[in-house]
Each structure stands twice: as structure tokens, then as C-alpha cells.
Design a protein around this ligand. Structure first.
Ligand code: DAH
Length: 379
């Protein structure tokens, strides 16, 4: 009995002290293996009397079961510890912040063009485009500025070297047989009016945003800038349609109902009559804020658009019959609209490519303008 007791005590102590799974396995073999000491005890049962055997058998079985259970418990503990150790050495902290990935932003000019497209799409206007390298027929002649016209001189045009010897005009629609077209960088988006009429016919409702070029550079002029052109051609169009459209557009763009327009008689070769459009504004914290009548206390007028009823000659150059079709047109600077709405004060910064400026004034790529959500940002 005492032998069995000490064997049991020794086995349980060794199992409890086993530091590794290998050591534990050795203990298992030493006690419960075929030649193990507890298995040896079992073999002694054969030489006992039936009485002794039933007593000793019960005891030996109990010891064997107890040792087997201790082995299993210790095995689970050692396996758990091994797993913990592995986990501790192989950690991957998923809660760490992600590395500073460079994030892009949308340039204010692109943002404002998207806003304008959204506003005019809602009014049924399609977006049209034309080439930045233009010929002087589309840029000037077809817009009622013949070669001798003084307005041509006012545009500070970048001309390409004269190619007239090498390249006769390819578009013969409205060009005399002998006429050659010199090439230039378009000075305004108005030639898209002509291209759209010739291509699409009437009725027509388009806006044409894009780059334009003039040889001019100071704080308020850059050699390249952006304009947006609007053109509506239909039957029975009059100044009232123009005024309503511009008012609706400016209210949506500036997201204010108190926009007041002043239409001033003016002159553009391509419109007759021509009107310049002013909006009322006031100064707040050194910034122009659009809203209210320019005649109100603390307010003034500022020109924002050129516009008018499309000149009959321009409609003819567009291949349409001016007795049948009328229309209105307008044009304005996108950069200037962006400055007015978002508060930048130097036009040149738009084209410097300074990342700090872009971080400050740029827009997140997901700030997509929608009329329902407000076309502006943070609306
Ligand atoms: N093309 C003119 C410019 O560059 C702007 C302009 C004025 C466009 C009147 C128009 C218009 O369509 O009707 O200054």
C-alpha cells in the first residue's frame, strides 16, 4: 500500500513539475507505458488472491486514472503556455494607425467647374467642349469679329507662326475659297458656341467650360485662365430668359436667395443687345461677400458676367436661320467665381502648384457637388 502511495505521490509531483511536453511524454511512458511502473503494478494482480485482487485492483485503477488525468491536465497547461509564448513573439498590432499615405485633393477650379456643370445640368444644359488650339475663324470671324475688328486687338492673342502657305483651311463651311486660317490659342470659350451650332444645330442648350489664353500677367491676370460659356438657341428666346437663367444660376452657385443682379447695357461683337451683369456684394472681414443690392447701405456692384442676345450674324455663322432661331449667350471667368465663393485673393496662386495652398483650398475627392446636398462644400 505504502509503495503504491509513494508511487502515486512521486508520479503526480513529477507530472506537475514537468516543464516541457517532451518531459511530460517521458513521464507518461515511465508510469503508464507498457513497461511503466503503474502498468507493472497491474501485472502483480495476477498473483493475488481474489479478495486481495479486488481490493488492490480498485486501488491500482484509481491511481492509474488519477495519473492519466494529471498527465492530461498538465498537457493542456503546457500546450496553452506554448501557444501564449508563440502569440507573444508573433504579435501584429492591428490597432496601429495606418502610415501617412499621400492624399490628393480637388483643385478649386475643377470643383467650381463641377458645381457649374451640376447646376446647369439641372436646367437642361449639356456640357460641350472645343479645342484650345483654335483657328481665328472660330475664335474671331464667326463671332462677328472680322479681321479688321478692333476687338481682336483687345484680346492679346497668342498666335502660332503663320502656316498659311502650308495649310489651307480645312473647314470650308462658311469660309471663302481663298481664306486661310491662322492658328492661335483660343482667347475665350465663345468659339464653342460656333462649333456647337455647326455640329448640333438647334435647339441647343450648352455650357462650355475650359482653358483660355491671353498674353497678360499680373495679380489679377494669368496667361492661362478658365472661362465658362453658356449658349441657348431656341424659338422666341428673349432677355427675360437670360435674366432668369443667370439669376437662378448665381443663386444656386452662391447658395443664397438674396442675390441681386444689375444688367448694364454693354457691347460685345457677338451679342446684340449686350449686357454686363453685376451682382451686389458687401465687405465682411476684408472679403467680398455676394448678396444684397449694390445700392444697399454698405454694398457695391461688381461685374461677374458678360452676356446678351446672340447676334444674328453669329447665328448665321453657326449655320442657322436667324429669322427662325434666337438665343442668348453668356461668359464668365471660372477662377474669379472660385475666388469670390471660396475667398482666395491672388489669382496667380491657382497656378503655382503649391501643395500647402492646395491643402488649404483644395477639396476632398468625395465632395461631389449635388443640388440636393448643396453644390458647395460644407453645405
Ligand atoms: N467672350 C467674352 C470674353 O472673353 C465673354 C462673353 C461675353 C461671352 C458676352 C459671351 C457673351 O458669350 O455673350 O470676355
Amino acid at each position: 500500500m505504502t509503495d503504491t502511495d509513494s508511487l502515486r505521490a512521486e508520479a503526480l509531483a513529477r507530472i506537475a513539475d514537468a516543464e516541457t511536453l517532451d518531459a511530460l511524454e517521458q513521464h507518461r511512458v515511465a508510469y503508464l507505458g507498457k513497461k511503466g511502473s503503474i502498468s507493472g503494478l497491474m501485472k502483480t494482480l495476477g498473483g493475488m488472491s481474489p479478495e486481495e485482487r479486488s481490493k488492490a485492483g480498485a486501488l491500482f485503477n484509481a491511481v492509474r486514472d488519477e495519473v492519466a488525468a494529471a498527465l492530461a491536465t498538465r498537457k493542456t497547461a503546457l500546450e496553452g503556455a506554448a501557444l501564449e509564448a508563440r502569440l507573444a513573439s508573433e504579435t501584429l498590432d492591428l490597432s496601429l494607425p495606418s502610415p501617412d499615405a499621400p492624399t490628393g485633393s480637388v483643385h478649386p477650379v475643377s470643383q467650381v467647374m463641377d458645381e457649374l456643370a451640376e447646376i446647369f445640368a439641372d436646367l437642361g444644359f449639356a456640357v460641350a467642349t472645343g479645342p484650345e488650339i483654335e483657328d481665328d475663324w472660330h475664335n474671331f470671324t464667326a463671332l462677328n469679329m472680322p479681321e479688321s475688328h478692333p476687338a481682336r486687338a483687345m484680346h492679346d492673342t497668342f498666335y502660332f507662326p503663320d502656316m498659311s502657305e502650308a495649310q489651307p483651311a480645312s473647314n470650308s463651311e462658311a469660309v471663302g475659297q481663298q481664306e486661310f486660317r491662322s492658328m492661335l490659342l483660343r482667347t475665350h470659350t465663345s468659339p464653342v458656341q460656333i462649333r456647337s451650332m455647326l455640329k448640333e444645330g438647334a435647339p441647343l442648350r450648352i455650357i462650355a467650360p475650359g482653358r483660355v489664353y491671353r498674353s497678360d500677367s499680373d495679380a489679377t491676370h494669368t496667361p492661362m485662365f478658365h472661362q465658362i460659356e453658356g449658349l441657348v438657341i431656341d424659338k422666341g428666346i428673349h432677355l427675360g430668359h437670360l435674366k432668369w437663367t443667370l439669376e437662378t444660376f448665381l443663386k444656386a452657385f452662391f447658395e443664397r436667395d438674396d442675390i441681386v443682379l444689375r444688367l448694364r447695357p454693354s457691347y460685345f461683337p457677338f451679342t446684340e443687345p449686350s449686357v454686363e451683369v453685376d451682382v451686389g456684394y458687401s465687405m465682411e472681414k476684408g472679403r467680398r461677400v455676394v448678396g444684397g443690392s449694390g445700392d444697399d447701405e454698405g454694398h457695391a456692384w461688381m461685374e461677374v458676367l458678360g452676356s446678351g442676345m446672340v447676334n444674328r450674324r453669329v447665328i448665321e455663322f453657326g449655320g442657322l436661320d436667324p429669322d427662325e432661331w434666337q438665343g442668348f449667350a453668356f461668359g464668365t471667368g471660372v477662377d474669379r467665381l472660385a475666388m469670390l465663393k471660396y475667398g482666395m485673393d491672388d489669382l496667380r496662386a491657382f497656378f503655382d502648384g503649391d501643395l500647402r495652398w492646395m491643402k488649404h483650398y483644395g477639396f476632398a475627392a468625395l465632395d461631389v457637388p449635388t443640388l440636393s446636398g448643396g453644390v458647395g462644400v460644407g453645405a
